[in-house]
Write a protein that binds this ligand. Sequence first.
Ligand code: NAD
Ligand code: 89V
Length: 339
Amino acid sequence: MKGGLIGCGFFAVNQMHGWQEIEGVEIVAICDRDRARLTEIGDKFDVDARYSDAAEMLAAEKLDFVDIATTVESHRALVELAARHGLHVICQKPLAETMEDARAMNAAVADAGRVFMVHENFRWQSGLRAAIDAVRAGKIGEPFFCRASFRSGYDVYSGQPYLATDERFIIQDLGIHVLDVTRAIMGEVSTLSASIQRVNPKIRGEDVATILLKHDSGATSVVDCSYATRQQPETFPETLLEIDGETGTLRLDAGYRLTIQTAGGEDVIDVSPRLYPWAEKPWHNIQESVATIQRHFAECLRQGRSPETSGDDNLRTLALVEGAYFSAAEARTIKPEEL
Ligand code: NAD
Ligand code: 89V
């Protein structure tokens, strides 16, 4: 399968490394409006077909799919362009800035009869996936409570300066992953309410968010995220879990330690990510999940099935993000179906 990468920035390096791990897939063309970034990625990964305009790339190259690694404001135009060319699409999160854009993008690829997957990779992290699989397999019975927590003081702004200047920050960038993982474990959400704070005075958006979710099943979740938490050991970029079920409990603690307790005893499992030769700590957790989600995308294309984080699926995660901002702004409980 031949792919074209659009966006050669901070995170695209991981995506290029990830594709090299996937048998039968090759990125044959790359695109970025920024010449320096185009040259850097092209030279590093030995890709000769380089474009500064995505429309030119799609007109000139014979591709099966595009991998969109640009920031959110460009996603809709690029996804619709790819759909017009009849290509499968994998697009970075956050999918869109509005539900209207996200629905239009999803419809465009569906109308073209192609596969649309959102690069929502946290649910493919080794520890989080082990927790999702354990709950889905009924290891702790029906879950009635989940706390999904990401608290860090790591400097994310130096690698991704837009995180400090965008109007929306932690829910749109990071909370989106934690909300998605919570959906994967606890199911769909009927109501949510959120509180947001800006602790760091040097940034524009919110760096702390606490979100209360009521699920269709009747269960409750708390999603709490912070980039203002000064603690040692620093746990970036780990998401920690506390899940209580009718017949047991599951904990995913710092250091990739998964504990499942039931009447039958306690299992403690090391769910550390692998360290690819191109990866570096502490990012290796996220980097591994990039290759894992890309493998899933390639398998889905080969087998003609819908990816777990399809456009359709991701609309439900995006509605939680939108809902959290609405809830915080209007100080009220939101039903995702309102959005
Ligand atoms: P970045 O700003 O470093 O890179 C984006 C690149 O896209 C830039 O080089 C820019 O010139 C290029 N670009 C923008 N619009 C373009 C267009 N229309 N045509 C061609 N090139 C264009 O951003 P980043 O930090 O690499 O983030 C990219 C995306 O990845 C964001 O949506 C971000 O949220 C996401 N991200 C995801 C993860 C994850 O774990 N899933 C981690 C980090 C970033
Ligand atoms: O995963 C992400 O989307 C990244 C980070 C971990 C820094 O929040 O932007």
